[in-house]
Design a protein. Structure first.
Length: 95
């Protein structure tokens, strides 16, 4: 299990606001990784927490959980996240 910082919708604030949370992901169940471009736009619009720098990158991690998939948006670019998961850019992910 690998710890990441995830961007989640904040339940206690008005709609459209986001917060940071901790998520632990089992690398064995990762199906794919892709750049979280939508969140880069949200950061520029000021909708993400103010403690994030304008240079932060985001990655969407898709995890297969039995018969359903879950997507987690975490801090870090795709190559950084792949490295944390023990996968290089030359490794084919399951899926």
């Amino acid at each position: 299990m690998i710890r990441f910082v995830e961007v989640v919708e904040a339940p206690d604030q008005r709609a459209g606001r986001y917060a940071l949370s901790e998520v632990w992901i089992n690398g064995e169940y990762v199906v794919n990784l892709r750049e979280g471009t939508r969140y880069k736009k949200l950061l520029k619009e000021g909708q993400l927490p103010s403690d994030l720098d304008a240079h932060h990158e985001f990655t969407t991690i898709t995890v297969n959980n039995g018969n359903m998939s879950e997507a987690h948006v975490v801090l870090g670019d795709v190559s950084f996240v792949a490295g944390r998961l023990g996968r290089s850019s030359r490794t084919l992910l399951k899926g």
